[in-house]
Design a protein around this ligand. Structure first.
Ligand code: SAM
Length: 314
């Protein structure tokens, strides 16, 4: 964990109280803490830093995550590394999805938060326009790999063709990305370890339908987003699934009850101030679709339409 990050962290267990975390480094390399821990001066809880990865999860988050989302597997790693960097690999099947999402970001001297960053592509893009970028995800494997990309400035991985049959794929990362400005940590979208109004830009791309309480996720975005001069980039396929989340928690995708109708319409109303989830509300400046692909094996692909909204606070 880069040492500059400690200035921005608060204890997720103590929220909504904002108690800073004290850093106790045991091993460091060039302002990067490789082994150590962070301790809350309020509740005394310790958060480990292992192999450079800080894990800043409340006890409740750990319980929810123990139920497992499968994002730590070898297949998911191959799939998401391909998905995030297929254009740099010059793969003929590549999409320009992340470049499209990144085209919404505006230059600012503020901080950016990429929630559910996976292996980090949007965070790398955000480093072109922001002074500091923090990518968070609950997958240790994704965060560890994102940090390896940060350090090595190149991608090299085993792309799965079928089962255990893989081929190495490698490429240099873009020289436009400012690696010193970025760091990645394990944290939960439902209990963000940051004080209120810290970020000028927040992104939530393809994660809404994956969290155990989408409304809590949006309330957390509202809490950490600045009240003025701020942008929220949201995108989701709204592929609600009862085996992942009970319909009472869905935002859209149902015919009756709270948040019935289409997800994008519900989200537009929420941006505009419905239920005061965004307070102050967000003015919608862009709305549309991004075509995105996940490649699981040579023969198994997911073609996804992710619907986006860009909201600003002036
Ligand atoms: C469908 S993937 C999207 C990843 C990335 N945003 C993208 O569009 O390529 C969902 C991501 O959210 C992460 N995730 C799921 N639940 C989370 C939570 N409660 N807090 C933070 N990240 C979470 C997963 O580990 C995974 O990386």
């Amino acid at each position: 964990m880069k040492k500059w990050l400690q200035d921005y962290l608060v204890c997720p267990e103590c929220l909504p109280r904002e108690i800073p975390l004290d850093l106790n480094p045991h091993e460091e390399l060039n302002h990067d803490v490789i082994e150590g821990d962070l301790t809350c001066s309020g509740c005394g809880k310790h958060y480990p830093i292992r192999n450079g990865v800080a894990v800043i999860l409340s006890e409740q988050s750990k319980q929810v995550l123990a139920e497992g989302l499968g994002y730590n597997s070898r297949t998911m790693l191959s799939a998401y590394l391909w998905s995030h960097f297929c254009d740099l690999l010059h793969d003929p099947a590549a999409t320009d999805a992340y470049q499209l999402w990144a085209s919404f970001f505006k230059k600012t001297d503020g901080l950016a938060l990429d929630i559910g960053c996976a292996v980090g592509r949007l965070s790398f893009e955000l480093s072109k326009t922001h002074a500091r970028v923090i990518g968070i995800d609950t997958s240790f494997s994704f965060i560890q790999n994102a940090r390896t990309l940060l350090a090595q400035k190149r991608l090299s991985f085993d792309l799965i063709f079928e089962g255990l049959i893989t081929k190495n794929r490698s490429c240099e990362l873009s020289s436009d990305w400012n690696h010193d400005r970025i760091d990645f940590i394990v944290a939960d979208a439902l209990a963000l370890p940051f004080p209120k109004s810290l970020f000028s830009t927040v992104s939530s791309v393809n994660i809404l339908e994956k969290v155990s309480d989408p409304i809590v996720h949006l309330k957390e975005v509202n809490r950490v987003l600045r009240e003025g001069d701020a942008m929220f980039v949201f995108s989701d396929p709204f592929s609600w699934d009862e085996t992942v989340l009970a319909p009472e928690f869905w935002i859209g995708g149902k015919n009756g009850g709270k948040y019935n109708g289409r997800g994008i319409d519900c989200m537009s109303r929420i941006f505009s101030g419905e239920d005061m989830i965004f307070d102050p509300p967000l003015k919608i400046t862009k709305k549309g679709n991004v075509s995105w692909k996940i490649r699981k094996t040579e023969n198994l692909w997911e073609h996804i339409k992710s619907q986006f909204l860009v909201g600003i606070r002036q």
